[in-house]
Design a binder for this molecule. Structure first.
Ligand SMILES: NC(=O)c1ccc[n+]([C@@H]2O[C@H](COP(=O)([O-])OP(=O)(O)OC[C@H]3O[C@@H](n4cnc5c(N)ncnc54)[C@H](O)[C@@H]3O)[C@@H](O)[C@H]2O)c1
Length: 447
């Protein structure tokens, strides 16, 4: 068991992970380069992350200990978790620059104190780079692999908003290692932390690839469902919802991600797809899939632009309201949000944009409104960007409001003017606010 765990990098994954690891009873020593963030974390305990379940862990009587220097943070560590950014380079691969910056400081401590460490890399890395960059870097500092340091690659599969649940109930734990000693230690720790965990012990390259292949399977599935949606939506008498739901009922396929909706977006999926593409290019591996998946995703966004152009040119809409503007619910993160791309397109057409998003704090070139009612009053059409349970009890909507709902989330029997696909818009008209004034309160499925 580990009694002292250090966590370096306290961002969207690192901080919830540190709080989660504190439930093991180990002392958790933390460090982040961003001193303002640390100040905020000490004050708000990660409230800004909107992670469900996080506050229960914060209150578990095992407080995190924050340090101002890596050397102080790791002094007693049995294991060091590293969760720093690995930004995408222009060629699509991930950069290990920040990991190496942290390892440089760890190496100095190892050299000075003659202590060895198990170092657990949780950041997503380019396949092959644990051996070719990370271990090599430490060896070049004069350290011996599996003697002065033991590397583990242990990425987590989490989605923002459900990070705690994903950490607590992983489908399996993915561990890459070349050391029996380190693999045994971490397996023992996870066997104590989880009830009957599925642990996959792999070679580094296998684990690095697996992490990417899981996410690129998801991008493929989302693009496939958008492809099916395109087929269905070419016919007036085919429902994309009914077809996709039926396809997903086959156990070999599964219903997750097999629903009508938007393109894939966010901080992980788009860049993992590009990373796999680069990996295949580097190794001369035939791969038309990455491009095709990305092309379908881009086409999905282009098709949204086409509808917007039609709404502008044929119906002269003047205002547009986003119900949610980030890439998903329960996060301040808006990286690669397709709604923000749509917002920029709308602005280029001089259409006024309003948005209601309970999570985003960043300022955008659009007017933030504070209630759905206000959004509804201001906008000729409302676009549902993502599904969010928080919207349900607080939102009211007028029966005749124009609602563009890719997700089939609004209850059609309760609203007159819901649009799912391009051809639905043939009945579109801009309606002023003197609509049928009946207000409908939302319940579980919006009405
Ligand atoms: N967020 C996710 O859902 C998710 C999921 C799976 C994997 N990942 C991977 O985890 C890694 C971290 O992602 P994130 O979303 O938490 O990023 P993030 O940007 O939210 O957090 C990274 C943190 O590292 C800190 N940092 C930067 N340089 C540092 C340094 N030299 N020393 C100490 N701290 C430093 C930053 O201040 C920041 O707080 C990435 O590789 C990402 O791909 C993230």
């Amino acid at each position: 068991m580990f009694r002292n765990i250090s966590v370096i990098g306290l961002g969207k994954l690192g901080y919830p992970m540190a709080e989660f690891l504190s439930s093991s009873g180990a002392k958790i020593s933390c460090y982040d380069k961003d001193l303002n963030l640390v100040k905020e974390l000490k004050k708000n305990h990660g409230e800004h992350l909107h992670e469900q379940g996080l506050q229960n862990l914060v209150n578990n009587n095992n407080d995190l200990v924050f340090h101002n220097k890596i050397s102080d943070c790791i002094i007693d560590a049995d294991i060091i978790y590293i969760t720093v950014p690995t930004p995408s380079k222009l060629d699509g691969s991930f950069s290990n620059e920040v990991i190496l910056e942290v390892l440089d400081e760890i190496a100095n401590v190892i050299l000075k104190n003659k202590k060895s460490y198990i170092i657990n890399i949780n950041s997503t890395v380019q396949p092959g780079s644990i051996e070719s960059e990370i271990i090599k870097f430490l060896e070049n500092k004069g350290l011996k692999n599996n003697e002065n340091f033991y590397i583990i690659y242990n990425p987590y599969f989490v989605a923002l908003g459900s990070v705690i649940r994903n950490l607590q109930e992983p489908d399996y734990l993915l561990i890459g290692s070349s050391s029996i000693y380190a693999a045994k230690k971490i397996s023992k720790f996870y066997n104590a932390l989880y009830k009957n965990p599925k642990i996959r012990l792999l070679k580094f390259k296998e684990a690095e690839l697996t992490k990417l292949l899981v996410n690129t399977y998801l991008t493929t599935k989302i693009s496939y469902s958008n492809f099916v949606k395109n087929i269905c939506n070419s016919f007036d008498d085919i429902s994309d919802l009914r077809v996709l739901e039926s396809v997903g009922l086959d156990n070999r396929i599964g219903s997750k991600f097999m629903l009508p909706g938007g393109p894939y977006s966010g901080p992980c999926l788009p860049r993992d797809n590009l990373s796999l593409k680069k990996f295949c290019l580097d190794h001369n591996i035939q791969n038309s899939m990455s491009d095709e998946v990305q092309k379908i995703n881009n086409d999905t966004i282009e098709n949204l632009y086409k509808v917007i152009s039609k709404l502008k040119n044929n119906y002269n809409i003047k205002s547009f309201g986003f119900l949610g503007l980030g890439y998903k619910s329960n996060t301040q993160c808006f990286e690669e949000s397709y709604s923000i791309k749509m917002m920029n397109f709308l602005k280029s057409l001089k259409i006024e944009v309003f948005y209601y998003d309970p999570y985003l704090i960043e300022k955008f070139d659009a007017k933030k409104v504070h209630s759905f009612d206000e959004l509804s009053m201001q906008s000729d059409i409302i676009f549902l960007s993502y599904i969010d349970q928080q919207f349900n009890p607080i939102i009211q909507v007028k029966r005749d409001k124009n609602i563009w709902d890719l997700w089939h989330h609004f209850n059609e029997s309760k609203y007159n003017r819901i649009f799912h696909k391009d051809s639905d818009f043939k009945n579109f008209k801009v309606i002023g606010d003197n609509l049928d004034t009946k207000i409908i309160r939302f319940n579980k499925r919006f009405g």
